[in-house]
Write a protein that binds this ligand. Structure first.
Ligand SMILES: [Zn+2]
Length: 1030
């Protein structure tokens, strides 16, 4: 089994980064209660302005008021308190949490401010208050009890904010801040309650001239009860002052640190998406409550401060010598896009062609080494690209990119101040591999797209988060293609890295629809998963309207800019566009099948078997594709409207291609004339989101076609064919020998994409098989396919310093070369092993790293797995001394490749309990140890033992937790392991969202595959290859 010792890291060639990925949340802490006063006042300011201003749009009213409501659960605070306690004494000392003390006052509306000239009215109000207050009080109680709008998980919608004036003083020495916010409110419906969001606020019973005020923590709300009703169409002003801590966890306004010249430096930055603005200031923290913001930050002058908008004025206080930066007023935007940062970073700057100032802020050493220049350069080009594409100018005068050492996500698209974790934006050209560069590029492309899809037009509510995430994800490919046309991202990598990836998840019965009901706070995190990100970008954007969707987007953005939109707004734009082209398709109805139903169909195409119909008819059948056979029957009622392209071909040519819309379970369609040697190929270029199966005779003809003439220009379709074949076999729709025979043509294949699709499928199988007795049969078969092409392509010759190599025309060739080296080394090609060992030995003896950057991860991992403990120590040392973030990452991953369980154990323990391994990398270490066949049991055991600690650290970022859960369970495939998983779920399954049921389904599928198909699989491998399929 030496051959697969280190396939774990190789097969983990990272799919493009999950967009909400691997960083983490600090353990948590008890609330610290501050004692600063918090004053709240309320003024009726300007009804006249309101009458002429924008009224409440229907869409807004609907989304706020008419929704089913459930009680929002306050998810994690309790859990954090309990589990965080266990983590370490340190975290107890660093008690952060917000403490805001509120006292509430109802300011009589100043008659002077009342532009409507209602001084008289205001006077009478004064007496009414005094007279009425006693009398009203008894009546009010009943009133409140009857209504209690704060018990709904959503804000009541009776008032809405128009403008926030937010002033903060930031104390970096003790990590606290104090603030005052003045919110201009518009009353929509008469009410005596002002309900807004605050989280972890502590209320002091202060002087009160309002009736009463109180927090409602279950919904993270704060309630002000007034003596009298606010009147519709009038404006009021609510003033609140507060104190809070700068958090030590990555939410709200939080801090992190880095080392510069051996000195620890701190910075503080915000992360408000999805529901954490309420941790930094009282606000109406739902996306639909868009408002303008004026922010000023007061802080020690040794720091710089940044926000969404540029600094409008800056002054030094005579009193304390501190700086006050006043930022320009923002456009209308959602609370979760507000951002600010206080740091002593430096920057590099450029200007877009349209005059937008773009700056990249980072640690001074990273800036001086030029690590930010690449991202700055592509951002400049991207602003121009998106402006041209969307025909909508970038809205703000500047765009800052902030590279921070710690962040809960890869990046966050705050308008004008996008925040990135360093590993997704800093690039050291000398040592970064092409895949690192590609990932980074795609993250930048994604975030810049959000400046339009997200910041400018925001989904009404979180169930339609895919309206921004799906599109931003799709544009990762379009935008990257614009930057580097030769990478051919959209046509190529999109398939294997996105489509094949998401179909794997979406084929489980524990999947979910793209649009999900979201009511509880826990649900909001759940919707940010790969289904929302990836599936939508395929099904909505491809195929029938590719030629028109640029126009549709322009129209959609123009219609909803500075506002919100829901999915029907997009469908109606698409329907309009279709109608104008004479195609009357109800997009809404068609898309609802795709967005509101989970999963996708498998379409089976067979040549007509009936004697009544001539041979140029085909029968097409659709059913819900599921890996679990029993579920297939259960959910058989699901149907889709499927746009199916079909090509008919024979040995020499593809004869024709046609588009067929499938609406029913079974349909018969006419295609061109066929004979016994004609094959059918469905879903050309895999543009549709479904799988295609055929009768066995057709599979055989397709395979013959590839073996005899692989150059028939099908490489994109072949990648899809390979992925379909392996997955259909895995789910039991197809005999196990079909995909194996299909890839028998690979020695003749010169394109990257079919190889990439095959290697992904083979690594999946490897995980299932690498502990079986007959594993050698499998690995030998793979090596046999790989050998000739591997030897022909050889190893890259460029050493480090061959600048810009990955940007050149040879990108696809280099990627193929890398793919082949990875396959060869991980499945045990001896020559590949010797080459890797030679590189490592040379590095150790010369202390010069001459390994080409593009394959360093493969070489490091191979070296660690084959060589002795000294090499592990050497890599460990290099991990500590390296400054390049990309290099650090692959060195750390290489350490998980050892076959020495003592070392693996040591690494696991060091990761979790010391600060030697950056916190955001801990999850990756555990997952990578799990991918090592020698480390599987270890990682699985470690995960269960440390679950409480891990869950307390990462629990709130459910996306990370589910990455960890799937990472350590996906390889389990025996009855014993299945039982262990079931026991684990029973004893601790609470709070992990959908990840554990999904893990269970995957493992059950693995066990079932072994029970039903393994024998057939090996049987086929034992036969000579000339044997027929089946
Ligand atoms: Zn995004």
């Amino acid at each position: 089994m030496l051959c697969s010792l280190y396939s774990h890291i190789l097969n983990s060639k990272p799919p493009p980064p999950p967009l909400l990925p691997p960083l983490l949340l600090k353990p948590s802490h008890a609330a610290l209660i501050s004692s600063s006063p918090f004053a709240m006042g309320l003024n009726d300011s300007s009804p006249g302005a309101m009458r002429n201003g924008r009224g409440l749009s229907d869409q807004w009213a609907e989304s706020v008021v008419v929704r089913p409501r459930t009680t929002e659960r306050h998810i994690t605070v309790h859990k954090r308190l309990v589990l965080g306690f266990a983590l370490s004494i340190l975290t107890l000392i660093i008690v952060t949490a917000v403490a805001v003390v509120l006292s509430v006052r109802f300011e009589e509306c100043g008659s002077g401010r009342d532009r409507d000239g209602s001084a008289g009215e205001s006077g009478s109000r004064g007496s009414a208050r005094l007279n009425g207050s006693r009398g009203e009080r008894t009546g009010e109680r009943g009133d409140e009890e009857a209504v209690q709008p704060w018990r709904n998980s959503r804000l009541p919608g009776t008032v809405r904010p128009r403008h926030y004036d937010l002033r903060l003083a930031v104390y970096m020495d003790n990590f606290t801040f104090s603030g005052e916010v003045s919110i201009e409110l518009e009353c929509v419906n008469a009410t005596r309650f002002i309900v807004l969001h605050t989280d972890r606020l502590e209320v002091r019973k202060g002087f009160m001239r309002v009736h009463r005020h109180f927090p409602f923590p279950a919904n993270q709300m704060y309630v002000v009860v007034l003596h009298r009703e606010l009147k519709p169409m009038r404006l009021y002003r609510l003033n609140v002052s507060f104190d809070a801590a700068i958090e030590d966890e990555l939410l709200g306004f939080f801090r992190s640190s880095y080392t510069l010249q051996r000195e620890r430096r701190y910075l503080a930055v915000t992360q408000f998406s999805p529901i954490h603005a309420r941790k930094a200031f009282p606000c109406f923290d739902e996306p639909v409550y868009k408002a303008t913001f004026s922010l000023s930050l007061h802080h020690d002058p040794q720091y710089t401060s940044l926000s969404n908008m540029p600094v409008e004025s800056s002054s030094l206080s005579d009193e304390d010598g501190w700086t006050t930066n006043r930022f320009a007023r923002t456009p209308r935007m959602s609370t979760y896009y507000l951002a600010w940062a206080v740091c002593n970073f430096t920057y590099r700057e450029t200007q877009s062609d349209a005059g937008v100032t773009i700056r990249l802020y980072a640690r001074p050493d990273a800036i001086s080494s030029g690590a930010g220049d690449y991202a700055l350069h592509i951002t400049k080009r991207l602003l121009g690209f998106y402006q041209d594409y969307f025909k909508v100018q970038y809205s703000l005068p500047k765009l800052d990119l902030l590279a921070v050492p710690k962040h809960p996500y890869a990046a966050m698209e705050n308008w004008g101040l996008s925040v990135f974790v360093e590993q997704k934006i800093l690039l050291d050209a000398e040592v970064s591999s092409s895949s690192y560069q590609m990932e980074l590029t795609m993250v930048v492309v994604h975030e810049i797209c959000h400046q339009w899809f997200g910041d400018l037009v925001t989904p009404v509510w979180w169930e339609d988060v895919w309206l921004k995430e799906g599109f931003a994800h799709f544009f990762e490919y379009v935008g990257t293609d614009f930057l580097f046309p030769k990478w051919n991202m959209e046509k190529q990598r999109f398939l294997t890295d996105v489509l094949h990836e998401v179909m794997l998840l979406d084929g489980l019965s524990s999947s979910h629809p793209i649009s999900q009901e979201v009511e509880q706070a826990t649900d909001i995190d759940r919707v940010f998963d790969w289904i929302a990100y990836k599936k939508v970008s395929r099904i909505t954007l491809r195929k029938v309207w590719t030629d028109m969707f640029a126009v549709v987007f322009q129209d959609y953005l123009l219609s909803h800019m500075y506002s919100n939109a829901a999915r029907n707004d997009l469908w109606s734009k698409l329907s309009e566009a279709m109608r104008s082209e004479g195609r009357d398709i109800d997009i809404g109805e068609m898309m609802d099948r795709w967005t509101l139903q989970m999963g996708y169909p498998v379409v089976t195409i067979s040549k007509n078997q009936s004697e009544q119909l001539p041979t140029h008819y085909i029968t097409i059948n659709q059913e819900h594709f599921l890996y679990g056979q029993s579920e297939v029957r259960k959910n058989n009622s699901l149907q889709w409207q499927v746009p199916l392209t079909v090509a008919v071909g024979n040995a020499s040519s593809i004869c024709s291609e046609s588009l067929i819309w499938i609406n029913n379970k079974t349909e018969t369609h006419r295609v061109s004339e066929m004979d016994g040697n004609t094959w059918l190929l469905g879903n050309i270029n895999q543009t549709g989101y479904f799988r295609v199966n055929y009768d066995l005779q057709n599979w055989k003809l397709l395979i013959q076609q590839l073996h005899s003439n692989p150059q028939v220009n099908l490489s994109v379709s072949v990648a899809g064919l390979i992925d379909d074949a392996f997955n259909l076999a895995r789910a039991g729709y197809l005999p196990q020998g079909v995909p194996l025979q299909l890839i028998g043509y690979l020695p003749e294949e010169t394109s990257f994409l079919p190889w990439h699709a095959a290697s992904r499928a083979l690594y999946q199988l490897d995980k299932l098989l690498d502990r079986t007795d007959e594993y050698r049969l499998f690995s030998d078969y793979v090596l046999k396919q790989v050998a000739s092409r591997y030897h022909q392509m050889g190893w890259p010759t460029n050493g480090p310093g061959a600048e810009g190599n990955v940007l050149q025309a040879s990108y696809q060739t280099e990627e193929l070369q890398r793919e082949l080296i990875m396959l060869a080394c991980s499945f045990g090609n001896k020559q590949c092993h010797r080459q890797a060992v030679a590189y490592i030995s040379d590095w150790i003896s010369s202390n010069k790293n001459r390994i080409p950057p593009n394959i360093r991860d493969i070489v490091y991992c191979t070296g660690v797995s084959l060589m002795d403990e000294d090499v592990w120590e050497f890599i460990w040392m290099k991990f500590h001394s390296s400054n390049a973030v990309s290099e650090k990452k692959i060195l750390l991953e290489a350490l998980t490749c050892s076959d020495n369980t003592f070392l693996l154990n040591r690494l696991l323990n060091l990761s979790l309990t010391s600060d030697l391994v950056p916190e955001q990398d801990v999850i990756d270490v555990i997952i990578h140890v799990g991918r090592n066949p020698q480390g599987r049991n270890l990682a699985w055991k470690y995960f269960r033992e440390k679950w409480d600690v891990l869950n307390s650290r990462y629990g709130e970022a459910l996306f990370m937790n589910s990455k960890l859960i799937s990472g350590v369970t996906e390889f389990l495939n025996t009855e014993r392991e299945l039982n262990e998983l079931k026991e684990f779920i029973q004893s601790s399954g609470v709070g992990a969202g959908p990840a554990l049921p999904r893990a269970l389904e995957v493992v059950e599928g693995n066990v079932r595959w072994h029970r039903l198909h393994r024998r057939q699989f090996y049987q086929w491998l034992r036969k000579p290859l000339s044997q027929t399929i089946g």
